[in-house]
Design a protein around this ligand. Structure first.
Ligand code: RP5
Length: 161
């Protein structure tokens, strides 16, 4: 098994549909990842166990998604000095604004890089993870540059003259 560079975590199976956008982007960039559902509220010991395991496996970036009170990204950030990217999710009645405001307000010294709400944020979390990995992984840098160039060409081709 290829060792994952990115760990995608979410609080509930109900988050899976949105978070596929992050996984799909990592696949596109050929970045090995692990994706699992572990709730900070319902399964804290399991979360702590996984983070210890992930650090040993060589995970370099965490992408964590949660809705509502949305503590998962912050609880992960409390246990690692690796970058944690938080994706606020809609679906709890306040369209994700509650989760966004919760995730973005981490205390000084324990930041969570917070992305947009929902699928757009999930996809961009994967791109941001790639940018972080590109600092030290040449092959990721090359693939990220290629995907960005491809998207740029597609945008130009779609331009209305
Ligand atoms: C959060 O609460 C999850 O991330 C999810 O977005 C939300 C609702 O979870 P379920 O009640 O559907 O499991 O912890």
């Amino acid at each position: 098994m290829t060792r994952p560079l990115v760990s995608i975590l979410m609080g509930s199976r109900s988050d899976l549909d949105v978070m596929r956008a992050a996984a799909d982007t990592l696949v596109d960039l050929e970045i090995p990842y692990d994706m699992r559902v572990i709730s900070a509220h319902r399964n804290l010991p399991r979360l702590q166990e996984w983070i210890a395991q992930a650090e040993g496996l060589g995970v370099e970036v965490y992408i964590a998604a949660a809705g509502g009170a949305a503590h998962l990204p912050g609880v992960i950030a409390a246990q690692t000095i690796k970058p944690v990217l938080g994706v606020p999710l809609p679906g709890m009645g306040l369209m994700g604004l509650d989760a966004l405001l919760s995730i973005v307000q981490m205390p000084t010294g324990v930041p969570v890089g917070t992305l947009a709400i929902g699928k757009a944020g999930a996809g961009n979390a994967a791109f941001l993870a790639a940018s972080i990995l590109a600092l030290s992984h040449t092959e990721v840098r090359e693939r990220l540059a290629a995907v960005r160039a491809r998207r740029s060409a597609e945008a130009l081709a779609g331009e209305i003259p």
